[in-house]
Design a binder for this molecule. Structure first.
Ligand code: NAD
Length: 306
């Protein structure tokens, strides 16, 4: 069995070494394709792979057609919108993610960016504090839960809305569960977004939802840029001079945001939520272990194309 790590943006060396150790200890062959510049290199590397570990790499029908021996793809990370799930299912390929392995990293960044924003991007002027502010967590999954935990440490009043997570689960953490996204945005001055990018959520964060946020509102997006209706967010920020938008996922219209909303818009230059040594190692090694569990014992616990 051959396990390929195919990462345009490489894992840290310590993570690669850990993955190799897991794969070789199971008696499998380990192969590495990093920093590829051309899709043809990926198409060639997947030809005889039985399993692939990826990060943000695109696995589409063309890659799946080329990977004749493929049984499983594991996305080392949470979001798997870079994998064509329907095509994978049609090719009889199992797709997994590694939920929870990078959640603390993303949560710490979300809170760090909130502090940065309420302190006026550390420009030397007097800002405000997070303590006592109402924080709305939009989607109470692995990242949302970690944001709640850290935010409570800051003394924030924490609310959440999740379309699928039962209210009792949310309230058990001392977080107020609300019945709709509309209620969350109306209630909270700060909203932190943690919904996945799906057909239902893409473009769903729009003018109608954001317009009723309380004065001094701030939207923090460490989810996906696709969930934001950018044109409507720009219109809203033109209409509301008090509104801040903070993200680690650069919008397509970054230049327009930066030019129009100086002092209340911030994007990191690259997606950074999961960019910590700990998250890198945790997600990479979990991916290797999940592949071994699948190939040896048929374990499909983290399968996402059921
Ligand atoms: P998760 O699967 O643990 O949680 C997602 C939550 O969203 C679930 O609780 C689910 O019930 C809820 N949900 C799904 N559809 C919804 C909807 N329409 N309305 C409300 N709630 C809905 O995922 P996670 O680990 O918490 O990650 C969340 C997202 O964050 C990922 O999908 C990914 O896109 C993004 N992410 C970004 C980074 C980064 O580097 N910025 C890193 C990790 C994850």
């Amino acid at each position: 069995m051959k396990v390929l790590v195919a990462t345009d943006k490489p894992f840290a060396k310590v993570a690669v070494d850990g993955i190799r150790k897991e794969i070789e200890a199971a008696g499998y062959e380990f192969a590495l394709l990093e920093k590829y510049t051309d899709k043809a290199q990926l198409l060639d590397a997947v030809k005889d792979a039985n399993a692939i570990i990826i990060r943000s790499d695109i696995i589409d029908a063309e890659v799946l057609d080329a990977a004749k021996e493929l049984k499983i793809v594991v996305r080392a990370g949470a979001g798997y919108d870079n994998v064509d799930l329907a095509a994978a299912t049609a090719h009889n390929v199992c797709v997994m993610n590694t939920p929870g392995q990078n959640s603390n990293a993303v949560a710490e960044l979300a809170l760090g960016m909130m502090v940065y924003a309420v302190r006026n991007f550390y420009n030397g002027t007097s800002g405000t504090e997070l303590m006592g502010k109402k924080l709305g967590i939009h989607a109470y999954g692995n990242v949302g839960r970690n944001v709640a935990r850290v935010a409570k440490g800051f003394g924030m009043e924490v609310y959440a809305y999740d379309a699928f997570c039962p209210k009792e689960v949310i309230e058990k953490d001392g977080v107020k569960a609300l019945d709709s996204a509309e209620e969350l945005y109306k209630t909270c001055q700060v909203v932190s977004l943690h919904i996945p990018a799906t057909a239902e959520t893409k473009n769903s964060i729009n003018y109608a939802l954001l317009k009723d946020m309380p004065k001094g509102a701030m939207l923090v997006n460490t989810a996906r840029k696709e969930v934001i209706n950018e044109a409507e967010l720009i219109k809203l920020m033109e209409d509301r001079a008090d509104f801040k938008y903070i993200t680690d996922i650069m919008p397509a219209a970054n230049a327009e945001f930066a030019e129009k909303f100086a002092g209340r818009y911030f994007s990191t230059p690259k997606k950074m939520g999961a960019q910590t040594a700990e998250a890198n190692i945790n997600a990479g090694i979990a991916a290797a272990q999940q592949i071994v569990g699948f190939l040896k014992d048929g374990c499909e616990k983290f399968r996402v194309n059921k």
